[in-house]
Structure formats: C-alpha cells, structure tokens
Design a binder for this molecule. Structure first.
Ligand SMILES: [Zn+2]
Ligand SMILES: [Zn+2]
Length: 143
C-alpha cells in the first residue's frame, strides 16, 4: 500500500522512525493485529525492538489518533488504522477472528446516545460477540 505514512506522522508532529513506519505498514496489511504480531513486524523491518519499545510506538500513534485500539474484555488489545468511520467489530469467542462491521444505521449513529448527560462524545465502541461461521459449523466429519 502506497500510503504516505511519513506525511501522516509529520502531520501529527511525530518523528518519522522505521519502527513507526513498520507498525503502520503492518496494520495497513493486517488490521486487528495484536502487540505480538506488530512487534514481530517491527523486528522484521528494523532488526530489533523491545516489546516495551513497540508499546511506546503504539501509545504514541494511538494518542495522535493515527491508530485505533480495540480492547475486548478479558482479551489482549488489537490495533488498526484509524479510519474515522467509527466502525464496530464482530469477535468470535472461539477462534478470536475479528471482522469490521459498519455502524448499524447510516453515519456513526452510535455517537448519539439517547441521553449524553452533557458529555461531548467523540467515540463509540461496540463489539458483537459470538461464534464465527466456521466455529458455528457443526462438525459433520465425526457424525
Ligand atoms: Zn471462530
Ligand atoms: Zn476494525
């Protein structure tokens, strides 16, 4: 993917580093990656990086709102590029497969709670838990 990550980083006042570019390139190809996969990608492209260094990269990119962090309860966080569409996720309880799903209706309707109690809401996160089609398939081979 030929995205101008250097421009994106500079636009966010972040230093352009090989590690950050590796994270963004990996997320462009593999959305919903975990820290382990991202650390492997960074190491593959830069030679070496501690896990803590990768956490620091992710924190900086997240703070600059270049990437989004999805935190399913009781599971390690996944990361993806911030696309600004406030999409939601389907998550398989069994195999951990994660897929993007658009908001239920129209443009980011989930940004409007029925009562916002005066909050200025800027993000809504919905995870639909269940079993993916593959995990839900009855195993016919053993019957
Ligand atoms: Zn599954
Ligand atoms: Zn996603």
């Amino acid at each position: 993917m030929d995205q101008d990550w250097q421009g994106v980083l500079r636009g966010a006042n972040l230093r352009v580093t090989a590690g950050r570019l590796a994270v963004l390139g990996e997320l462009a190809e593999h959305p919903h990656s975990g820290v382990g996969e991202l650390a492997a990608a960074v190491r593959a492209r830069t030679g070496s990086a501690s896990t803590q260094a990768v956490y620091d990269m992710l924190a900086a990119l997240h703070e600059a709102r270049i990437i989004r962090r999805v935190e399913p309860a009781g599971r390690p966080p996944r990361y993806e590029l911030q696309t600004g569409d406030n999409h939601h996720h389907l998550l398989c309880r069994s195999c951990g497969a994660m897929h993007d799903v658009a908001c239920a209706v129209g443009h980011s309707p989930c940004l409007s709670p029925s009562n916002d109690l005066g909050f200025v809401v800027d993000e809504a996160e919905v995870i639909y838990w269940g079993l993916c089609a593959q995990c839900n398939e009855p195993d016919e081979r053993n019957t």
